[in-house]
Design a protein around this ligand. Sequence first.
Ligand code: MN3
Length: 200
Amino acid sequence: MAFTLPALPYAFDALEPYIDTLTMQIHHGKHHQAYVTNLNNAIAGTPNENKSLEELVKAAGSLSPAIRNNGGGHWNHSFFWEILGPSAGGIPTGELADAINATFGSFDDFKTKFAAAGVGRFGSGWAWLVKKDGKLEISSTPNQDNPLMDVADIKGTPVFGVDVWEHAYYLKYQNKRPDYLAAIWNVVDWKKVAEHFAAK
Ligand code: MN3
């Protein structure tokens, strides 16, 4: 079954001024669409056609680079759109907040460590908050890898993640990845993130 591009769950200009409209249009309509198209081309006519996206991603290490990169790209971006939103930001609450405070000291300490993971990722990739054996960890992955993959250094359930490819921020922030990573907290939907943390 062919994969399809999920609709963005809000308007392209909904994350202004933190993430600009043109970036969202190109990021969703061109970049994410290309991962979907290239993934479909890579699995067409093969037994992988019948697998779910999560099955493909989890087995990425034994599949072709085209499936690893584009399957990861499709999974990562589908996840990313859902954990952002308008009228978002603020601070996490409930058990997620307790876990962040217990693990990293405070929400501010978490933000600092998470941003360092994103800034420290050389080239293109993602920064992640991962739930592993019930505990939170920060990690980063290259390219379109993610913590679900068998090839990930830190494997677990993605709770939160930020795309640090230049295409995610260059139009507005140019070379200033730290500024993008500082702004993104304004559009994080912590309710959605808490749902990922609560899922087993
Ligand atoms: Mn991207």
